[in-house]
Design a protein around this ligand. Structure first.
Ligand code: APR
Length: 177
């Protein structure tokens, strides 16, 4: 739970919607290590950004789990796409929590490096990669809150949840007093 008195709570927002529509400086893609596209968030972002996105991704040579890479946003409203690779959930005893937290931190670090003031995250690893949603939300919100305590950028982070169920899970962790 994010301490209510910290200013970080005002810099975190949750919305229910589609990440491709977010009017932010960068959106985060829930990618795989090849960076060559997929389904879910990955499929939606590549469809909306257009073929130039895949062309740029091909030049990046993949991305290890827990790390992130940045590209242009092309036809998306967002200037950049930050591609990160979350862990495939097995049993919680194969470094999944650390790798998931690292995916969020790596994305935040690239957003800061590229002077992004606003950033939108999907619920990384909670779809095809099977991460339990509640545990993933706890890790995501605490990793982002910890970053915002120490950094001025991004100024604002939005968690974009696809379903009402996911939104309700996040609300518990980002409840405004
Ligand atoms: N906008 C926001 N959230 C979305 C969208 C969207 N357009 N589409 C799906 N989601 C939600 C899903 O409901 C899930 O809660 O994003 C979360 C992450 O789901 P996935 O996209 O399946 O991502 P992940 O679990 O990290 O699996 C990554 O799936 O698409 C492939 O190439 C990708 O191999 C990689 C794997």
């Amino acid at each position: 739970m994010i301490p209510a008195n910290s200013n970080t709570l005002t810099r975190i927002e949750i919305v229910q919607g589609n990440i491709v529509n977010q009017q932010v400086d960068a959106i985060v893609n829930a990618a795989n290590t090849t960076l060559l596209g997929g389904g879910g968030v990955d499929g939606a972002i590549h469809r909306a950004a257009g073929p130039e996105l895949l062309a740029e991704c091909r030049s990046l040579g993949g991305c290890p789990t827990g790390e992130a890479r940045i590209t242009s946003g092309y036809r998306l409203p967002a200037r950049h796409v930050i591609h990160t690779v979350g862990p495939v959930y097995r049993d919680g005893r194969h470094r999944e929590p650390e790798l998931l937290a690292s995916a969020y931190r790596s994305s935040l670090a690239l957003a800061e490096e590229y002077r992004c003031r606003t950033l939108a995250f999907p619920a990384i690893s909670t779809g095809a990669y099977g991460y339990p949603k509640e545990e993933a939300a706890r890790i995501a919100t605490s990793a982002v809150a910890a970053w915002l305590e120490e950094h001025a950028l991004p100024e604002k982070v939005t968690f974009v949840l696809f379903s009402a169920e996911d939104y309700n899970i996040y609300e518990k962790f980002v409840k405004k007093k």
